[in-house]
Design a protein around this ligand. Structure first.
Ligand SMILES: NC(=O)CC[C@H](N)C(=O)O
Length: 303
């Protein structure tokens, strides 16, 4: 299979695509990003890397950071984490507050904002925000095998200034006894984790541990990796998760910066970036690009 040729073709098709979706505008710093960017990168189990487009340009990974904080939390707390957050798709927008009141402040899953706030709150226990963010950056740098991965302070400040919804989620969970720290502290840490910037190539490299292939960085045990993939498949695209599973057939996690990390277990880690989003807040062209990649390669967890 000529992956380089497949990627080049998809890159050209995406550059020409007329409907690029809409860039997130509720975080002012993200609203400034042009919808014209496109990049895709594939790291194979054999150790090869293929890219197309602006694969070296850093972008805001946003909710894709939730995969890595979940990995840290499971490594640190193990299954105890699941007393505070569930493992079911929410069927609602990523920042919805609706289920929390009926469900005792236990968010449906670790990838919606409420769930990710609980995960961040859990890894904050006994640590300062700076230490947690340092640990997260170390994890990403080790997983990617690259040091040049940083937090964009302007993006973090921009989200902090407009983060009323996330603060509301955190306060609501605090009222229901499911937050250990002050909402401002947990949210502040969360805003900074979302403001991590990586290039598309770095993100694909950082995702290699999730393909559970021999000879690659092992950041977590195989059973935990499988479970993170299960959650990415069922919850990684919020209320668009069913559609993503149907179209692509691989576990993925999106972010409102327009990135998606997709795993073909045992075969490849794939990252794609196109800042325009669809109605569910997932990259419009990113989804189309991985759909075409999955079709061209035959990669699917469904056989
Ligand atoms: N879906 C996302 O990427 C959301 C992350 C964003 N930082 C938020 O909390 O709103």
């Amino acid at each position: 299979m000529d992956l380089a040729a497949i990627l080049t073709r998809i890159g050209a098709e995406m550059q020409a695509a007329p409907d690029r979706g809409r860039v997130a505008d509720y975080i002012p710093e993200l609203a400034r990003v042009s919808p014209d960017h496109f990049a895709m990168a594939i790291c194979t189990a054999e150790g090869e890397t293929f890219t197309t487009g602006e694969a070296e340009t850093p972008f805001s990974i946003q909710s894709i950071s939730k995969v890595f904080t979940l990995a840290l939390a499971l490594g640190r707390l193990g299954d105890q984490l699941w007393t505070r957050v569930g493992r079911e798709p929410s069927g609602l927008a990523f920042n919805s507050i609706l289920q929390l009141e009926h469900e005792n402040g236990i968010p449906r899953n670790p990838f919606i904002n409420a769930g990710a706030l609980v995960v961040t709150d859990a890894i904050l226990a006994g640590h300062k925000p700076r230490e947690v963010l340092g640990e997260l950056l170390r994890f990403l740098r080790e997983a990617a095998g690259e040091d040049d991965i940083h937090i964009n302070r302007a993006v973090a400040a921009s989200e902090q200034a407009t983060g009323h919804r996330n603060l509301a989620l955190a306060h609501f969970m605090a009222a229901q006894g499911n937050l250990l720290h002050a909402p401002e502290l947990t949210c502040g840490t969360y805003f900074h984790q979302c403001a991590i910037e990586m290039s598309t190539r770095q993100l694909a490299r950082a995702g290699r541990f999730l393909m559970n292939a021999p000879g690659l960085p092992r950041m977590l045990g195989a059973a935990r990796v499988r479970r993170i993939n299960a959650l990415m498949m069922t919850c990684g695209h919020y209320d668009g998760s069913g559609e993503f599973a149907y179209r692509v057939g691989l576990p993925g996690k999106s972010g409102v910066g327009g990135g998606i990390l997709v795993i073909a277990p045992g075969r490849a880690a794939i990252a794609v970036w196109s800042p325009g989003l669809n109605a569910q807040g997932n990259s419009q062209l990113g989804t189309l690009a991985v759909e075409r990649l999955a079709r061209a390669t035959g990669w699917s967890v469904f056989g």
